[in-house]
Write a protein that binds this ligand. Structure first.
Ligand code: FES
Length: 110
């Protein structure tokens, strides 16, 4: 994997440990970037159940689950799979890398 294959999303230090932040990059859907210690996960920010921003939800760092702020549905931030009703459709997740304090996702994943 070279840097040419990657898109810079944000700096690691922008993402508070145990939380998610919303990142907007021109031409892409809004992204949610979550941090659990030194691990980073990236998903679409929009909940699949409604018009909610997942980065504004509560992150359960034990189970890697983001709880939607609207109806408390949940998703596994590692896989995007549904982790709690009323959500029924998974969210899209992107493989993330950290290099030199910057968070990247793969261009092919976009
Ligand atoms: S909008 Fe996310 S659970 Fe309803």
């Amino acid at each position: 994997m070279t840097l040419v294959d990657l898109v810079e999303v944000c700096t690691l230090s922008e993402v508070p440990d145990g939380e998610g932040i919303k990142i907007t990059i021109e031409g892409l859907p809004a992204l949610a970037v979550y941090r659990v210690g030194e691990e980073v996960f990236v998903s679409d920010d929009l909940c699949t159940h409604g018009d909610a921003s997942l980065s504004e939800g509560e992150l359960d760092i034990e189970d890697y689950v983001i709880e939607c702020p609207f109806h408390q549905g949940g998703f596994d931030i590692r896989t995007g799979s549904v982790a709690g009703a009323p959500c029924t459709r998974p969210i899209r997740v992107y493989e993330a890398w950290i290099k030199n304090g910057l968070v990247y996702i793969k261009k092919q994943d976009l």
